[in-house]
Design a protein around this ligand. Structure first.
Ligand code: DX5
Ligand code: ZN
Length: 224
């Protein structure tokens, strides 16, 4: 069953060289990344500060790859239309950061983007109870949000299995993405737990040849 799933690699540009960001995006997409994962941090919801809609807009003309915006900001709603205008394809947010989760999902979709909900390591699955059918993507965090280069939290595998079974029960094509500590050597195990979309930042950008690393990830996935 699992090998019928489509696997996608989302390169997190958080670990790219920000002084050459456009070039980094072009290289990683040419190297086989399916999505450009765009981490937005506000030094409020998470203790770090990164990039916003202006950078998304600047990168948009450089690639036709899916731009996968991961909002780690509070409030969420004010910034959603800005990212839609800047060319985001997917916008995901944390339920803890939104006052009205259903409203935020609707806002993202009305803005013309696909909507994702992000579950922190300690966030219970009950937040999916009513809204799962409204979502295009569920993102399971396998580290605490805020920084690249952290260690994969093992119990995220149990959470992936649980979300996978909810999605399968529903019978909809909702992507199951995982974010944090994913590398060549654990990507197959993470896929076996049910993920189909794999965010990797340091796992790609800290290696000398992005194409080679992504190819190694794909060949590990081909054996799942
Ligand atoms: C963390 C970010 C991740 C981060 C992952 O808050 O959401 O996308 O870039 O980095 P790695 O793959 O290095 O764990
Ligand atoms: Zn992320």
């Amino acid at each position: 069953m699992s090998n019928q799933r489509t696997f996608r690699i989302a390169a997190s540009i958080l670990s790219a060289n920000f002084a050459r960001l456009g070039e980094e995006v072009e290289t990683v997409v040419a190297g086989g990344a399916d999505l450009v994962h765009f981490d937005v941090m506000d030094n409020h919801y998470v203790p770090n500060l990164t990039i916003g809609p202006m950078v998304c807009e600047a990168l948009r003309p450089l690639t036709t790859a899916v731009i996968d915006v991961h909002l780690m900001v509070r409030p969420v709603d004010r910034i959603v239309p800005d990212f839609a205008k800047a060319g985001a394809d997917i916008i995901s947010f944390h339920p803890e950061a939104s006052e009205h989760v259903d409203r935020t999902i609707r806002l993202i979709k009305e803005s013309g983007c696909r909507a994702g909900l992000v579950l922190n390591p300690a966030t219970p699955l009950s937040c999916l109870d009513y809204v799962l059918p409204e979502l295009d993507l569920v993102l399971v965090m396998s580290v605490n949000p805020g920084f690249g280069g952290q260690k994969f939290i093992r119990y995220a595998l149990d959470k992936l299995r649980a979300v996978r079974s909810r999605i399968d029960q529903l019978g909809r094509d909702i992507w199951l993405e995982v974010d944090g500590g994913v590398k060549v050597d654990n990507i197959a195990e993470v896929a076996r737990a049910g993920a189909d979309t794999f965010v990797s930042g340091s796992g790609i950008f800290s290696t000398p040849d992005y194409a080679e690393t992504i190819a190694a990830m794909r060949s590990a996935l081909a054996r799942v």
